[in-house]
Design a protein around this ligand. Structure first.
Ligand code: ATP
Length: 230
């Protein structure tokens, strides 16, 4: 916490409300697609910070292949000293499934009712949003910002279209006019077709992952033998 009572990632004396995005994920492992998106998201929306939040037990997918502690360690190495990016362990410190609505509620408690709180996610994750736990509550707590991914282009399911009705705005200014409740789709400049699935596949086959991950992440996981077959 900073002196103002806000999270330490928000360090300013300004009178405008704090602006924070959470980017949740398995980060199994973190790669440059995640990190570059987080940096560009912060710049595009002029945010104080982006909290990258690894899920302990993602409710809608299988068990991650390495421990939560290892995924968090890799995320910390990947972020390094990047300004405005934060590895936020709050879901690993909670028992039970990692529901994003609970994470947003805990951020909202820290930031106050006027803060602009954003849940950011890639298009692939967005397609399943209507199946998440308490999808309406997500919008009560935060805006949703969808980041385009070059390898994921599918159309929206009907249930999702209903959930989004009347929420979509076209510009940052409209999003920042309210604390929560709206949807913005963003095409960031450096769209990268990198996925953790491909990184894991390459590692288990003993192939190179150079330039798909930060070098510190690559060095750590190779030295620990993470994601290697057998
Ligand atoms: P996997 O291949 O194991 O499903 P992933 O690479 O999609 O993993 P996640 O940890 O599931 O990574 O993703 C966390 C969040 O980051 C999700 O919202 C996802 O859509 C987004 N994301 C992942 N990769 C990219 C990318 N290359 N560009 C933009 N967003 C991404």
């Amino acid at each position: 916490m900073s002196r103002s009572g806000l999270p330490a990632s928000i360090d300013r004396a300004g009178s405008s409300p704090p602006r924070l995005a959470m980017l949740g994920g398995t980060f199994d492992p973190v790669h440059l697609g995640h990190l570059r998106s987080a940096v560009e998201l912060r710049e595009a929306l002029d945010l104080d910070c982006v909290h990258m939040v690894p899920a302990a037990m993602p409710p809608l997918r299988g068990e991650p292949s390495v421990s939560a502690a290892d995924r968090l360690a890799l995320l910390r190495l990947g972020i390094g000293d990047t300004p405005g990016l934060v590895a936020d362990p709050r879901e690993l410190e909670r028992d039970g499934p990692s529901y994003t609505a609970d994470t947003l509620a805990s951020l909202r408690r820290e930031l106050g009712a006027e803060a602009r709180l954003i849940m950011a996610l890639g298009h692939d994750a967005f397609l399943r949003l209507a199946d998440w736990h308490e999808p309406e509550r997500l919008f009560a707590l935060a805006h949703v910002v969808v980041v385009d991914r070059p390898d994921h282009q599918a159309a929206l399911p009907e249930k999702l279209v209903e959930l989004l009705e009347g929420r979509e705005v076209e510009e940052r200014a409209a999003l920042m006019a309210r604390p929560a409740g709206q949807l913005l789709r963003l095409r960031l400049p450096s769209r990268m077709a990198i996925s953790a699935t491909e990184v894991r596949r390459r590692l288990s086959a003993g192939r190179s992952v150079r330039y798909l991950l930060p070098e510190a992440v690559e060095a750590h996981l190779l030295s620990r033998g993470l994601y290697r077959r057998g």
